[in-house]
Every structure is written in C-alpha cells, then in structure tokens.
Design a protein around this ligand. Structure first.
Ligand code: ADP
Length: 481
C-alpha cells in the first residue's frame, strides 16, 4: 500500500473517530428511547390511574345522590347527580387521547356505554317520579344496580391494565439499560483493541522501513557503499531511500577513484624505490670503488629508510588492491599451526632482542582451514609484530589456537600498554593509531590491522580485540573450517 505517513495516521484516526461517533449515536438513540418510556410512565399511566380513581369516586357519589333523590324526591339531589354526570363525561373525554393501548381504548368505550345506560335508567326513574309513580320500581332498581357494578368492574379492569402496562414499560426500561451496558462494555473493549491494532499498524509501517534505512546507514558507516535500497512505501521514505542510493553510488565512485589513485601512485613509487635500494646495495658492496666507513654508515641509514618506505608503499598497494577486490587469494585446505610457527620463527630475533617470553599453545585436533597461506602469514606477521612492538622488554606474549564453532580461533595476547575501549574498533581502520606516548604508535603506519582485517574477512572470518588498559591486549581472529 503506497500511502503517505500522513494518510496512514489520518486513516487510523478516522477509523477511531467513526467508531466513537457510531457508539455515541447508538447511546443517544437508546437514551431517547429511555426518555420516551419514562415520560410515558409518568404522564400517561399515572394520569390514567388518577382519572380512573376520579371516575370511581364520581360513580359512587352519583349512586349516593340518586338514592337520596329517590327517597326525598328533592330536585337538588337530582341536579347534583347531573352535575357529577357532566364531570364524569368530561373526564372520559380527557382520558381518550391518553389511551396508548387498544385495550384501554376499548375499556373507555365500554365505560362510556355502561355509564350512558345507567344515566338513562336514572333519567327514566326521575321522569316516573315526576309523574307521581311510586319509587321502588323493582326491575329498574336491579338494572341500575347491575349497571353501576359493571361500570365499577370495567373501571377496575382499566386500572389493572394501566398498572400492567406501567410494569411492562419498567421492564422495557431495565432491558434497554442492560443492553446499553453490554454494548458499552463490548464497544469499549473493541475500541481499545482497534486502537492498539491501528497504532501497531501505523508504528510498524513506519518503523520497518526506518530500520532498513538504519541498517543501510550502519553498512555505509562500515564501508559498504552498495546503493541497493529497495523501498517503495511509504512514499516519503521511498524518496529518502532513493536519495540514499544516489549518495551510495557517489560514495562508491569516490572510493574507487581513491583506490585507483592510491594504487597508481604506490606503483609509481615502488619501482624507483626498488631501484634506489638496489643502487645503494651495489654502492655499499664497493662495486663502484672503495667505500669509507663513514660513507657505509650513511648508506646503511639510507637503505633502512628505503626499506621502511618500500614497506609502507607495499602495504598501501596491498590494501588498495584488497579494497578494490583486485587481490587474488589462492585458497587451499591446510592446518593453521605451521603458519603460526613460521611467523614466530621469522619474528624470533625481534622477540629475543626485547627479552620477551613468547608462549605458544595449540589445542589438539585443530580442524584444517581453507586459506591462502601467504595472506594468513601476512596477517599473523602484522598482529604478532604489533604484540612484539608494543610489549615492553621482559614482557610476555602468548599465541594460542583452539577449535570454536567448526573453525579455528587464534588469540595473540600481550602484556603491552593496552588499548582504550573506544579505540578497539577503530584500530582496524586504515591510518588509525592510538595516540598515547606509551604505545609508541609513531613507529607504525596504521595499516597493519586494516590489512589483517581485509584478509580475515576475505576468508569469511572475523577479527576483533579485547583489552584492559595498562594490562595488555588480546587480538582474536576466527577462520571457518
Ligand atoms: P601500526 O603500524 O601503527 O602498528 P596497525 O594497524 O598495526 O598500525 O595498528 C594500529 C594501532 O593499533 C597501533 O598504532 C596501535 O596504536 C594499536 N595497536 C595495535 N596492536 C596493539 C597492541 N598489541 N597493543 C597496543 N596497541 C596496539
């Protein structure tokens, strides 16, 4: 996915915002529902119950006035009876729009019909009384009794329906509340999970290419200028990778130019230097006539300096060739011990001249390694030569070899001045010397360890150093079998 970092962050936040809005919308909808049901309980059910109570009171009062009127025949009671009828009708009217159930509407309709029936019975009786008929008209009395009882029982039925309805609504409220709680809990969990996943996705899609860039930067620092970064996304980092590759190619070109220049210059230096040395030899040997003692001494100094110069030029030439991949290695399986022994033998005069005790310890059954003997000898000369150079007179050097991980590990330990921790890696770079008076670093060129590193690396091995300042150093190298 070729999305920019900005788009990724934006999409991540949008997902979370949409989820929050959805959750908010759902909660709002449920709250509105709760509000509606609560309102309905408070207004409809409570008011309906109130009205029902009033209807009951009215019907009881009417019955009382009706009886008083029949006994006393006083019109005042009949007028009061009619006033209550008006109230009853008015309450019924007010209740009709509140009925939110078909059952309650039906009850109201029944009550209305029963009430009208009762009113007409009383009206008929009142008319009889006005005409002078005797009061206790038995069949009418019974009908009135039945009519009032029916009204009362219908009102009671209505009350029960309203109460039941209120209970149902309360249950619904409880159900909505529970649902809201459960959805809330699930959604909160989902938010946390999605939040973590979104952040992980954004984090990974940015850090993965960044760590590739970091690795490449480290490689550049170690001298690998191959412009081979392949990053396509996110576009910002892909652009940066392109710039990296461009920089690597430029560095590669510069490195090659430098190596070419070095090898050209050293070649041009080596030829005349060798001629100078040869001429010097001939002069000292008196080929061109007798040489005085003083002239001999001068010629020896010049020859020694020529040797040093030739050594330096050779080292530069070797290193340039190795760095440019132009040095050929002739690998063949062979034991490492004879190579170590030959180096020690070659350097023995130097060891003895400084009265250094050189210990040699090879473990039994060392595996055979596939190496270019000449090059390994060169590396050994550089490392053991350094140990001799930096170890004070009367010091100790221990050269050992052991089998490690299907290969051979060689260690050269000395009792020299040691190397500061911060220099343990840089000393393997060319022209790097530890600047302390005690190390006598001015005696060297700063190329020996760089050459040794190139040789060991070329064999697929590894070289490193450990040291305790003031107590000596150990140089290790590993060669795979
Ligand atoms: P040089 O020709 O200067 O010895 P090298 O590349 O062989 O160049 O070594 C680089 C530097 O590492 C030396 O100048 C020295 O400061 C340090 N070094 C190498 N070997 C030792 C050692 N055995 N003890 C102390 N310092 C050492």
């Amino acid at each position: 996915m070729k999305l920019t970092i900005f788009s990724r962050v934006l999409i991540g936040y949008l997902i979370l915002i949409i989820l929050v809005i959805a959750m908010g919308g759902y909660t709002f909808y449920q709250m509105v529902k709760i509000n509606e049901v609560t309102q309905s309980i408070l207004t409809v059910n409570n008011q309906m119950l109130d009205y029902s109570e009033k209807l009951l009171d009215l019907i009881y009062s009417q019955v009382r006035y009706e009886k008083k009127f029949i006994i006393s025949k006083d019109d005042i009671f009949y007028i009061e009876f009619l006033r209550l009828k008006n109230d009853f009708d008015r309450y019924l009217e007010e209740m009709t729009p509140l009925a939110d159930l078909s059952q309650t509407s039906l009850s109201l309709k029944n009550i209305k019909e029963l009430f009208q029936n009762y009113q007409s019975l009383v009206h008929e009786e009142a008319e009889d009384l006005k005409r002078g008929y005797p009061p206790s008209h038995l069949p009418l009395n019974q009908q009135k009794e039945e009519a009032t009882q029916s009204i009362i029982s219908e009102i009671e039925k209505l009350k029960t329906t309203i109460r039941q309805n209120a209970t149902d609504k309360t249950r619904l409220l409880y159900k909505i509340g529970m649902e809201l709680r459960q959805v809330g809990m699930v959604m909160t969990g989902a938010f946390i999970l999605i939040g973590i996943l979104v952040s992980l996705f954004i984090h990974r899609s940015i850090t993965a290419p960044v760590s590739i860039l970091k690795k490449k930067t480290r490689e550049i620092g170690q001298g690998n200028f191959q412009g081979d970064l392949r990053l396509t996304s996110p576009p910002e980092l892909a652009e940066l990778a392109g710039a990296f590759n461009l920089m690597c190619n430029k560095l590669n070109e510069l490195d090659k130019m430098k190596s070419d220049f070095l090898s050209l210059v050293t070649h041009e230096l080596r030829t005349p230097l060798s001629s100078i040395k040869m001429g010097m030899d001939l002069l000292r040997d008196g080929v061109e006539g007798p040489v005085t003692e003083g002239q001999k001494e001068l010629l020896t100094v010049i020859e020694k300096e020529s040797d040093r110069l030739i050594g330096l030029v050779n080292s530069i030439l070797d290193l340039s060739k190795m760095e440019a991949g132009m040095m050929s290695f002739h690998l063949r399986p062979q034991p490492i011990t004879p190579l170590i022994d030959q180096t020690i033998k070659e350097l023995r005069p130097l060891v003895d001249s400084k009265k250094i005790i050189l210990e040699r310890k090879m473990t039994e059954g060392l595996p055979v390694v596939k190496v270019d003997g000449e090059r390994i000898l060169q590396a050994l000369r550089n490392i053991i030569g350094n140990a001799i150079k930096f170890t004070p007179e009367g010091g100790r050097i221990k050269v050992s070899a052991r089998t490690v991980d299907h290969g051979v590990e060689v260690a050269i330990a000395d009792t020299g001045p040691g190397i500061p921790k911060e220099n343990l890696i840089t000393i393997f770079e060319k022209f790097q010397q530890v600047i302390t008076d005690r190390t006598g670093s001015t005696q060297g060129t700063g190329l020996g360890l760089a050459i040794a590193k190139q040789i060991i690396n070329h064999h697929g091995g590894k070289i490193w150093a450990e040291s305790q300042l003031g107590h000596g150093s150990i140089f290790f190298f590993f060669l795979p079998a």
